[in-house]
Design a protein around this ligand. Structure first.
Ligand code: ADP
Ligand code: MG
Length: 364
């Protein structure tokens, strides 16, 4: 592939993804001086977010979701890979030089809305500061005031709450303030790391609806990190499933969650409360899964100690209709068995299914 086709100049075409992550790797050193080793948090992650698209990144605690977001937000330095925003690799930019322009392209919203707001300041202070730092205050005080009020309205809060302190607001309201603060910068991409997981169930949906509104009305692209598959299905155009630092399956959310192909995705889906499938969640299987994470070498998920899985990296298989952009990376997946087709305990697996099967499947 030529560079002129894959890497157009920044912002030059609407087909340039808002965010493109290629081969991202990150390890953390652990242990003392003589017992030094490392935890592999990310292993060659590829992920693309189109303009005005919401992509959910789902996976259990410890799978590497936050590390991915923190690398993209430049709060961690990855060991390998590329992160392209608007076609430009941010890792190749000088940190200081890039920081202001970069932060106005990308903003992060964290899990804990209280932790991110200093309790000593009124809400107005946080938003005014964001506007000022990024040069969006406008010319006059009147204009700044109007922007502050607009931000509050956009996130569904009363403008007079600008005078409130964080502790006077509910969790949902505080998370809306955190989103308003991100919006003050007029970003193209928002990384939201479990933004609703600390909120009461009753207010979660409101925050999800706000995120959807920002995509629809302002074309903001989002990475929505969650361990809640139901909310991924509700909000995200596409969903990527992360397991032990690797994306093992990805597709349009509705298709992926209706036809999960990776055994790990199937397990996550089985844990989603669904009256039609009551009791299908298997805690023993879940415990086994955690064991698999700990023991993983090459393929993160080595199923039921299937040798083929740890011997070599699995290839990607397309799942179902190409229009769903659904693929899985798993030795146990059998394209000819249809979506969800995979070998389980006791069945012989088919390692190294040649990529030609993808074609067969596509034309079937
Ligand atoms: N600063 C750090 N130092 C050492 N290990 C870390 C650090 N941050 C994350 N990890 C490890 O990386 C892995 C992925 O963590 P994280 O990205 O927080 O996962 P998630 O957000 O999916 O719960 C975990 O094993 C975690 O212990
Ligand atoms: Mg996390």
């Amino acid at each position: 592939m030529s560079h002129s086709l894959t890497l157009p100049a920044a912002g030059s075409t609407t087909s340039t993804p808002a965010l493109e992550i290629r081969g991202l790797g990150k390890s953390f050193p652990i242990g003392g001086l003589f017992t030094r080793s490392s935890v592999r948090a990310l292993h060659g992650v590829d992920l693309t977010i189109g303009r005005g698209e919401i992509v959910a990144l789902v996976g259990e605690s410890g799978s590497g979701k936050s590390t991915l977001a923190r690398c993209v937000a430049r709060l961690e330095k990855p060991n390998s890979g590329a992160i392209l925003i608007d076609g430009v690799d941010i890792l190749k930019r000088d940190r200081f030089q890039a920081s202001r322009a970069f932060r106005s392209q990308l903003q992060m919203v964290f899990q804990d809305p209280f932790g991110s707001l200093n309790p000593a300041h009124r809400i107005e202070h946080f938003l005014r500061r964001s506007l000022a730092i990024h040069g969006k205050s406008g010319g006059t005080e009147e204009e700044t005031r109007r922007r502050l009020e607009d931000l509050m309205t956009t996130v569904g809060l009363q403008a007079d709450m600008l005078n409130s302190y964080p502790h006077e607001l509910s969790g949902g309201q505080r998370q809306r303030v955190a989103i308003a603060r991100a919006l003050a910068v007029e970003p193209q991409v928002i990384l939201a790391d479990e933004p609703t997981s600390m909120l009461d169930v009753s207010v979660r949906i409101g925050v999800l609806n706000l995120m959807r509104k920002l995509r629809d009305e302002q074309g903001i692209s989002m990475l929505y990190i969650t361990h809640d598959l139901a909310s991924a299905r509700y909000l995200a155009d596409r969903t990527a499933v992360m397991f032990a630092g690797e994306v093992v399956e990805e597709g349009e959310s509705l298709d992926l969650l209706a036809n999960p192909a990776h055994p790990y995705t199937q397990l996550l889906v089985s844990a989603v409360p669904d009256p039609a499938r009551a009791g299908s969640y298997d805690p023993v299987r879940r415990a086994e899964l955690r064991q698999a994470v700990m023991a993983s070498t090459t393929c993160a998920y080595d199923g039921d100690t299937n040798q083929a899985c740890s011997a070599e990296e699995p290839v990607r298989h397309q799942v179902g209709d190409p229009a769903n952009r659904h693929w899985v990376r798993c030795h146990l997946y059998r394209p000819w068995a249809g979506a969800g087709g995979h070998a389980l305990a006791g069945e012989p697996a088919q390692p190294n299914v040649p990529p030609s099967n993808v074609q067969e499947k596509a034309s079937a």
